[in-house]
Design a protein around this ligand. Structure first.
Ligand code: BDR
Ligand code: CA
Length: 316
């Protein structure tokens, strides 16, 4: 069995937590580290949530944890409300004191250097940590296996402003740094992740309460259904980060195209927009791959089967 080394960079967030649950119980993955980044919640809370998720799930191998800190320009005050003030649906998980507190960007540098060309970074929050790791170690972009980034919009509207997707909007400077870097990277935009929705029947399909994964998911997911209904008027939820994780493991379920993209830093209405050069005679250099189509049923099925497997592997 081919085991893939992955590092998850997350700003939990309920969909980040679901992605972590899928990854940490996937026997084909070696999750070398989980690095926290501010986004859905401020940096301290993001770190605390990463710890809480790992402690609650208690996976067979505990990954290293990276500690989040504020981006240079701070985080926008208009943050996502879908995940609750604590990011995990007000679940109020207790956490123990972290023994070794290493900054996320250091953990990223260490893990990529230990296995050059082998580590897939799955970036499910703002790109602050990845950009910092690249500044700290300028050779790093070429040592990363690949980066899969959940974020941006391809042609549809944004989800935090009319033009911008949340992860990119939180730290556009870092996103630009990563987009312009020579690392091999794939963007999974909300145009794609939004196509895979989950109805209330998801709650019945979760692993049961006798499993750690089941107890955890049953504590956080009802909140997300409530906020999608109250805030957006939807009867289903999107698990954007889980879909991006599936794309890293099963790219064959997506149509992927090469593209030339950059980030708007300072537009009055468009800060954080992802801009693609789609001119007939494109002048920008191709710098990433982008998911443009998704096999919706198969991705949904992978998520459901992954959650069932997490339950089976976390019986108590
Ligand atoms: C992204 O923003 C966050 O709120 C989610 O966790 C996801 O990473 C979707 O735009
Ligand atoms: Ca996220």
């Amino acid at each position: 069995m081919l085991i893939k080394k992955v590092l998850l960079d997350v700003d939990p967030g309920i969909d980040d937590a679901v992605a972590l649950c899928l990854a940490m119980f996937d026997p084909q993955l070696d999750v070398v580290a989980v690095t926290a980044v501010g986004g859905n919640v401020p940096p301290d809370q993001a770190t605390r949530n990463v710890q809480a998720i790992i402690e609650q799930l208690d996976p067979p191998r505990w990954p290293r944890i990276g500690v989040a800190s504020l981006p240079e320009l701070g985080l926008p005050t208009r943050s996502a409300q879908l995940h609750g003030p604590d990011g995990l649906g007000n679940s109020n998980f207790q956490v123990s004191e972290l023994q070794h507190r290493h900054p996320s960007e250091k953990v990223i540098c260490d893990e990529v250097r230990v296995a050059p060309g082998e580590v897939t970074i799955v970036a499910l929050g703002p790109l602050t940590n990845i950009a910092r790791a690249f500044q700290r170690d300028p050779a790093l972009p070429e040592l990363v296996g690949q980066i899969v980034m959940m974020g941006g919009t391809l042609s549809g509207p944004g989800n935090i402003t009319p033009a911008a997707e949340f992860n990119i909007y939180c730290d556009p400077e870092s996103a630009r740094g990563v987009f312009r870097s020579p690392a091999t990277k794939t963007l999974v935009p909300i145009d794609i992740t939004h196509q895979v929705s989950f109805g209330y029947d998801l709650l019945e399909k979760l692993p049961d309460e006798t499993t750690r994964a089941g107890r955890f998911l049953r504590r956080i997911l009802p909140f997300l259904f409530r906020s999608y209904r109250q805030e957006l008027g939807f009867e289903s939820i999107r698990l954007n980060d889980a879909v991006a994780l599936v794309s890293a493991l099963h790219p064959e379920l997506f149509e992927i195209e090469l593209a030339a993209a950059d980030i708007e830093l300072s537009g009055e209405l468009t800060t954080g927009a992802t801009v693609f050069d789609r001119r007939r005679h494109r002048e920008w250099r191709t710098n990433l791959a982008v998911a443009t189509k998704v096999d919706i049923a198969s991705v949904r099925d992978h998520v459901l089967r992954g959650l069932a497997a997490a339950g089976a592997a976390s019986q108590t």
